[in-house]
Ligand binder design. Sequence first.
Ligand code: GLN
Length: 549
Amino acid sequence: MAKYIFVTGGVTSSLGKGIIAASLAKLLQARGLRVTIQKFDPYINVDPGTLNPYEHGECYVTEDGAETDLDLGHYERFLNIFTSQANNVTTGRIYQTVISKEREGAYLGKTVQVVPHITDEIKRRMLQLGQDGRYDIVITEIGGTVGDIESLPFVEAVRQLQWELPEEDSLVVHLTLIPYLKAAKELKTKPTQHSVKMLSQEGVHPDIIVCRTEKPLFPELRRKIALFCNVKQEAVIEAADAATIYEVPLLMMREKLDIICLKKFNITDYKEPELSKWKEFLDKLKYPKSKVTIGLIGKYLELQDAYKSILEAFVHAGAVNECQVQVVNVHSEFITHDNVAEKLAGLDGLLVAPGFGHRGVEGKIVAVKYARENGLPFFGICLGMQMAAIEFARNVLGLKEAHSTEMDPDTKDPVIDLMEEQKKITAKGGTMRLGAYSCELKENSLASRIYGYSPISERHRHRWEFNNKYLEQFENAGMVASGKNPGTGLVEIIELPKHPFFIGVQYHPELKSTVENPQPIFVGFIKAAKEYAEKKANVKNPLLQSEMI
Ligand code: GLN
């Protein structure tokens, strides 16, 4: 049977519970334990798939096609493992299960209540991943902040489990904030005291308190927190602001967060943490030898979390290339034929982001045209790939009205069309083409050079696809379909062999990029951007150019 770590949060949201949970998991994994993490979210949506990115950031898709919270992305990037539907549970999903059981008559005439029926279902799911012997440790992150009405049933479930599980099989880590008051030049512990008190009133006593802080927690302060919050002083952990999230595991190791957990669990047969790959990555990240600027064209740019996995994939790919990747946001709604050159000046690569609906698409098409005509490295993801197809159809094939039926249902030339199996679907939740699909690569293509093997498998989240009726026309004009689904023939990758680097993919490669396995297209794209930047620098400096000749 596995051991369980519950991670709660207090004082405020956005303290980085997901990163702390993932860092602890990383350390335990590096010490030879088999670890997984799950997230319990207190909102009523069955999954975040129907949420606008402005509400909850990116929707992360797992191999098995679950639409999940973006923290699962952190778990996969840190641990280099796959998560699944079982790793993300919402209040909505819990209620859905309980209500359908009630309809089946499973409760035998009983009144169905939050306690015990909802809490029993929460507990069942909290324990589930730890029951088949696959994991030594299951970490459960509870979304929201302690004191929220909606997180109460989850905290209650943790309370019950602490009683039901053997003493050395579970522990609670509580993450809080120690604010620094500039005027008083002091770190303040009161909010932490209050949040621990609130958690205790709900019946859960934390074993470890992790304190987010801008300034070091000196021993006196740690003593005070330990005293007022009733934990051992060694269990008061400093989580200082870090330059990158990837440094947090090392900060937590210095604070012995993993050792304290192992001690509580009576686990003694652990090894020194094996983090050499991780440290190598961090070194490259911290000391880049060059720099590129990538334009991210999207429409949810006000919120960085909307493109979380893309931004992290750039961090991984930058480190491999020993290159700092500066991502600049370019709002697609404001790009026109007249200003595109000015808006994209200074870029070494262009990424057109995934998205839904018609807002901002014309700007994206204009940007793709610029990249295609000017040899600017281009990478289109999902909607970005579809925009590249539309741009090519309009400006190279001369199909002036070409469009996607998502934006223009009556277009004369639907080069992007709704997938056949999507035509009958009306419900929105969980009904897209989701999860991992196989894709065969064309020999000698850019895609096959980038991946180095075939078939590949990547994750999807879309309803529309490239319309194969137009494929011959596209290929005759120089746009190659270099990746196809072996079963259905769906076009998954398009590329322009005559361009230095022009690739569009129907899937979401960013979802599989991890610290230890950076995603190959991102790596290739940054390499191409580096070459583009070098060439640009040489043109600007003719002296250097002649010297080089
Ligand atoms: N809206 C497009 C589709 O559903 C693209 C989706 C996406 O970019 N994830 O096909």
